[in-house]
Ligand binder design. Structure first.
Ligand code: MTE
Length: 329
């Protein structure tokens, strides 16, 4: 998604080679519910405690239990963890697909606060744990379709976005929800330059945000989110192109007007606010009719047809009835 540089869909399986690293991440102690999380410094695995071994292979040691299984994606072929955690877009850590896995390891994700503001009755600064503690963690296996025309199937762990947002009691002026990623150039080297206006920002119409599919992930593959995948909390909006699924969220704002969003600000003719997966509307520089389902390779690119709303029509098509999805791309 770099503007007018190489076509980013030109990425191949041989790029999926980087080691995965899971240092300094929030330790979700094995417990029957997230409400029982132990907080404070003793619950944080520091790089030193783990041994600062950047070659830890695909560690999934910090896992949840008692995750509610859901019917979503049960028949899907899930991507291997080491693909999903080493082939990433997280421009705060560089533009290369392997950069986030290499550079996000030491992002400090505990403590983590989220500011809630705008058109809602309950606003303020909340610890991440307080925001999601009453929710049962669910696993949802979703297809993630990047606008760059690759896709993966990922088993997320998290909570429904709607149930979280409702706790803040948005008022009748809350027509959209805006999200912001952490801005911290010291920890996020990509924020020291580039053409993105930091922090990364995204938004949804309120009815989209309240849709059953919209999800806040705190984990994947049964364990806490690797930093490169957006720890400690990220959005997952499976019927939209991946850039809507903002990572490492620190701000939620309920607003009346459609908010500015990162890719739309950067190249409005290429990236719309809605960004619904749509094989009928090509990106100006490449087709969206097909996608490369990862893992694949040069010999087996694993190209499949892209589905309208990424295959989630039944759940979301109603949100857009009467709207032109060509105009509102
Ligand atoms: N969120 C932030 N803060 N920064 C980013 O660069 N990239 C987006 C999205 N969320 C991005 C982000 C894009 S383009 C995609 S495709 C998905 O994250 C990729 O998620 P993944 O790396 O977990 O597969």
């Amino acid at each position: 998604m770099i503007i007018n540089v190489k076509k980013k869909s030109d990425c191949y399986e041989y790029e999926v080679t980087d080691q995965s690293v899971y240092l300094n991440r929030r330790q979700f102690i094995q417990t029957s519910s997230i409400a029982a999380l132990a907080l404070g410094s003793s619950s944080v695995l520091t790089a030193k405690e783990i041994g600062n071994d950047l070659s830890i292979p695909n560690s999934l040691s910090v896992s949840f239990n008692n995750i509610l299984e859901t019917p979503y994606g049960q028949s899907e072929k899930v991507a291997p963890f080491d693909v999903a955690s080493t082939y990433n877009n997280f421009y705060e850590f560089g533009y290369g697909k392997g950069d986030p896995a290499k550079k996000a390891a030491l992002l400090k994700t505990d403590p983590w606060n989220i500011v809630v503001e705008g058109e809602a009755d309950v606003i303020g600064t909340f610890a991440l744990e307080d925001i999601i503690k009453e929710n049962q963690l669910e696993e949802r296996i979703y297809r993630l379709r990047c606008v760059e025309a690759w896709s993966m199937v990922i088993p997320w762990v998290g909570v429904s976005l709607a149930t979280v947002l409702k706790k803040f009691k948005p008022n009748s002026k809350a027509k959209y929800v805006y999200f912001e990623t952490l801005y911290d150039p010291e920890q996020m080297p990509g924020q020291r330059g580039g053409n993105i206006e930091w922090p990364y920002r995204e938004g949804l119409r309120i009815d989209e945000a309240m849709n059953e599919l919209a999800f806040l992930a705190v984990g994947m593959y049964g364990s806490v989110l690797p930093n490169q995948n957006g720890a400690p909390i990220r959005l997952v909006v499976p019927w939209k192109y991946g850039f809507k699924s903002i990572k490492s969220i620190v701000k939620i704002r309920f607003v009346e007007e459609m908010p500015d969003t990162t890719w739309n600000m950067l190249a409005p003719q290429e990236y719309g606010f809605y960004a619904n997966v749509n094989p009928g509307v090509d990106h100006p520089r490449w087709t969206q009719k097909q996608e490369r389902r990862l893992p694949g390779g040069i010999l087996f690119p694993n190209v499949i047809d892209t589905q309208m709303f990424n295959g989630y029509q039944d759940e979301v098509a109603d949100l857009y009835s009467g709207m032109s999805l060509v105009k509102n791309y």
